[in-house]
Design a protein around this ligand. Structure first.
Ligand SMILES: [Zn+2]
Length: 319
């Protein structure tokens, strides 16, 4: 059965000049499933997904896959795995699983988040997790939201993230930090890797890419500020890992909305070899290697998981 599945996938994504490349986006891999972040895979689900990849696809390191895509030398059924932001669980939870399945990955590090230890959105999630009562929420100015049970907490997280998402960077961070202070009687957690962990991940053979310093929407910055975000993140990764980074991911990543061609040119000039967006598709030889599309594999059964990638191979012929 699996041989048949592989043959069908090879028809959709043959080797050589007509090859397709499906680049998968992950963020976190939780040790245990988390009711406040139901979309993030836990270790068990991630282990399954990696086994489905290993059985059905040919998983390559992203820089190698993109080199071969350019040269028309990709194998059939090609896939690359990426992680955005730089969570500690990429090293602690995901890496041992990927090693077991022989799967390579790229991790895009958001520099400021790694230096602070936590991203603003995780501060909001942890604030709600630690919040003891609806009265605490009301006192912080959020009447009508509730932390009565997991479902209410998850809804509360969604509402608070929506309220903060489009604020200017500094204000967003301030509001999230204040929320955490008001709701959680605890120290902010460290969820991101330390620089030492980034280095260790690189030494373990993971491709360390950059994801800007402050994770801004590049379109909202003037050109000089955008270039600084890109160039400084390149330099940070080089200093920490000892190797010039090859891969870059645009924050939020929607072409024309979160970044545009000017930023793609800046990424190339900074010395990167490739960049990924969050445009939902798989790449072909016609793709611009500084605007490579990706997919998010959130399916929880093998057939759906494989079918989602197969569908992306198929729809790439219709563009
Ligand atoms: Zn990100």
């Amino acid at each position: 059965m699996s041989a048949l599945r592989r043959s069908a996938l090879s028809l959709l994504s043959p080797s050589g000049g007509r090859a397709r490349l499906a680049i998968l986006t992950y963020h976190k891999v939780m040790q245990e499933s988390d009711p406040l972040q139901a979309d993030e895979p836990d270790a068990r689900m991630f282990d399954q997904q990696m086994s489905w990849l290993a059985q059905n696809f040919q998983v390559l390191p992203l820089p190698e896959a993109v080199d071969r895509l350019r040269r028309g030398a990709l194998p059939s059924r090609a896939v690359a795995v990426t992680f955005d932001d730089g969570y500690a669980n990429n090293l602690d939870v995901a890496l041992p699983i990927m090693k077991r399945h022989g799967i390579a990955a790229t991790v895009f590090v958001a520099i400021d988040a790694v230096q602070r230890g936590v991203m603003w959105n995780d501060l909001v999630i942890e604030a709600v997790r630690h919040c003891k009562s609806d009265a605490h929420l009301a006192r912080a100015g959020f009447e009508g939201l509730s932390v009565a049970d997991d479902k209410a907490r998850a809804r509360c997280v969604d509402e608070l993230l929506k309220k903060l998402k489009y604020l200017p960077l500094a204000e967003r961070w301030e509001r999230a930090a204040r929320l955490f202070r008001e709701l959680a009687d605890a120290d902010p957690p460290r969820l991101m890797m330390t620089p030492e962990m980034v280095k260790k991940l690189g030494q373990a053979g993971v491709d360390i890419g950059a994801h800007t310093v402050n994770h801004p929407i590049l379109m909202k910055l003037d050109d000089d500020a955008a270039r600084t975000e890109i160039v400084d993140s390149w330099r940070w990764v080089k200093d920490v890992t000892g190797a010039a980074p090859r891969s870059f991911a645009y924050p939020n990543g929607r072409p024309g909305l979160d970044y545009d061609r000017r930023h793609a040119a800046m990424v190339r000039e900074a010395g990167f070899d490739l960049a990924v967006s969050t445009h939902w598709a798989c790449a072909s030889q016609r793709s611009d290697v500084y605007e490579l599309p990706r997919l998010s594999p959130w399916d929880r059964t093998r057939d759906r998981f494989v079918a989602r990638i197969a569908r992306s191979y198929l729809t790439s012929y219709l563009r």
